[in-house]
Design a binder for this molecule. Structure first.
Ligand code: FEO
Length: 404
């Protein structure tokens, strides 16, 4: 995709990665992604962010279609992660900028990651404004959204927020704006991104949004570093981020499990059946069929997480350990938990899962479900009853948070 002018004199010069499926080594993306970078043509020509090192040459071609790279005066690095700053050594060599702006932490990260001692690095403080000539740029730190160095850049004359990871989505497309996609589909991709990248730092989101509001920024367009540029759904996106960050539990349960000889799977299905009979929406994931990032994309607003594994070598199955480790790192809030599993003789897995759920902070109102060998009809009925009981706790949880 060639460069595109998104506002008069403001160009998208990013790269579309159509075939990416593994985002950052841990999250699945089904629609690829983009690495967005922006070029502002003013008295001082300024580049905002770069792209992954893999695409450095394509990136420079993009830039060169808008302006001779050597004419770029300065670079703003909103976020030093390699998908945005990875091409920096190549870009700096080529354009020899007079300044490279970043946050104070960004400055440390750039110095730490690159052999950058000779680069003209300059720190911008939270709330600082620089002039480009006809336009200005204001900066606000958005620490931990997604790294400690993260900041956003606002160009008030264009009502344009360049937001790095915030409001990003993994969508590769020939279109640059959000006017071709339905809001539910865009929100789904934004939620998948948030649940796997931003979720541990949810508490920072309302603070960042309040800080931006306090600066009085009048935002008409949000240009993130991944996916589509928001012009139709700016308000929707801000509201969605508030919703994602609040993690209000909905009348929904996520059941994930692995199974050896299908006994644990039978328990999972009995639990799902009991929950749905009580009007709880259920997402059922056999971990051999689903990626951990897809499960997390449903966990953030679920009231309950039910986790199952047969006992294998006195422990849980490897994929269950993977999912629990991943979920623990993402620190979901406001969850009820239930452990379950089948066993042949020793039966440790439900207890192990239960302790893990404790560490994650999931409240467990019911004892783990443990079944020796295969659940027969009577046991199946008992498990359904347990799920119906859990459904009442879910109703209470949802009422308590005033969600739906
Ligand atoms: Fe898109 Fe945190 O990098």
């Amino acid at each position: 995709m060639g460069p595109q002018e998104i506002k008069p004199g403001v160009w998208w010069v990013g790269v579309v990665d159509w075939n990416l499926r593994n985002f950052h080594g841990y999250s699945q993306t089904y629609q690829g992604t983009t690495y967005n970078a922006y070029l502002v043509l003013d008295d001082t020509i300024t580049l905002f962010d770069t792209v992954s090192w893999k695409y450095r040459e394509e990136f420079m071609c993009q830039v060169a279609q808008v302006v001779e790279p050597e004419k770029i005066d300065q670079i703003v690095i909103n976020h030093a992660e390699p998908d945005h700053a990875g091409s920096l050594p190549y870009v700096v060599d080529r354009i020899r900028p007079q300044k490279i702006y970043s946050s104070r932490v960004g400055d440390k990260f750039i110095r730490g990651r690159f052999s950058s001692q000779e680069w003209p690095l300059e720190v911008v403080e939270n709330g600082q404004t620089i002039s480009l000539g006809k336009r200005t740029v204001q900066f606000a730190e958005t620490r931990m959204l997604h790294w400690p160095d993260s900041m956003v850049s606002f160009i008030p004359e264009e009502k344009l927020l360049i937001s790095q990871d915030a409001f990003g989505q993994n969508i590769a497309s020939s279109e640059r704006f959000d006017d071709w996609i339905s809001w539910p589909e865009l929100k789904k991709e934004m939620a998948h991104y948030f649940a796997n990248i931003i979720l541990p730092y949810s508490a920072r989101v309302p603070k960042a949004l309040e800080a931006i509001q306090a600066l009085g920024w009048d935002i008409e367009m949000i240009a993130p570093d991944h996916g589509l540029i928001l012009k139709e759904h700016v308000g929707d996106a801000v509201a969605a981020y508030q919703e994602f960050a609040a993690q209000k539990p909905e009348k929904k349960a996520v059941v994930f499990y692995d199974t050896m000889w299908e006994s644990t799977e039978k328990i999972a299905e009995a639990l799902a059946s009991g929950l749905t009979s009580q009007g709880i929406s259920v997402k059922l994931y056999h971990l051999k069929s689903w990626h951990h990032s897809d499960v997390m994309a449903q966990v953030w607003n679920a009231a309950a997480v039910l986790v199952g594994s047969p006992t294998h070598n006195n422990n849980v199955m490897p994929l269950v350990a993977d999912m629990l480790t991943y979920m623990q790192g993402l620190r979901p809030k406001n969850k009820l938990g239930l452990a379950f599993g089948s066993y042949g003789w020793s039966g440790e897995s439900p207890g192990i899962i239960s302790r893990w759920l404790d560490e994650i902070g999931a409240e467990q109102p019911l004892d783990p479900v443990k079944v020796q060998h295969v659940p027969g009809h009577e046991k199946y009925r008992e498990i359904v009853n347990t799920a119906e009981n859990l459904a009442r706790h879910i109703e209470d949880q949802v009422r308590q948070f005033g969600s739906k």
